[in-house]
Design a binder for this molecule. Structure first.
Ligand code: DQA
Length: 140
């Protein structure tokens, strides 16, 4: 089974970015532990700060990946195009947010992506990615 994690803008700075909200662990370090926990799964990873690159990655994954875990960062709240890309593919997409977006500013409570996804996970820190893997495994 092959899964792809897509992280959007500013998530390359996890570990040093607003640690009170996003924690002190880098995503690379967390990903290593996730890969160790799921040795039977091919866990691919893509991060981009560029909206079009995220859309291209979603299109590509729609052809050869069993499931996508998507944290589109701030594009979640602004990008109709990323929502459309999720709707355009048959591959299941699980939305993840590290922070509880519903406990934050009002603009973060709008998602152009959630309704197009199989489900959405918010507020469990980096553990949310593991919960997303589990949800895709339960569906396979
Ligand atoms: C985030 C929440 C977004 O509102 C924010 O813009 C991010 C990270 C999260 O993982 O909690 O960049 O997606």
């Amino acid at each position: 089974m092959k899964l792809l994690i897509i992280n959007g803008p500013n998530l390359n700075l996890l570990g040093s970015r607003e640690p009170g909200t996003y924690g002190t662990r880098s995503f690379e370090e967390y990903l290593e532990s996730l890969r160790k926990a799921y040795r039977d799964i091919e866990l691919e990873y893509f991060q981009s700060n560029i909206e079009g690159e995220i859309i291209d990655a979603i299109h590509k994954a729609g052809k050869n990946i069993h499931g996508i875990i998507l944290n589109a960062g701030a594009y979640t709240h602004t990008s109709v195009a990323i929502g459309d890309a999720v709707a355009a593919i048959a591959t299941p997409v699980v939305e993840v947010h590290i922070s509880n977006v519903f406990a934050r500013e009002e603009f973060r409570q709008i998602s152009h992506i959630s309704a197009k996804c199989a489900g959405s996970i918010s507020g469990f820190g980096l553990k949310g990615y593991r919960l997303a893997v589990e949800s895709l495994l339960l569906n396979s």
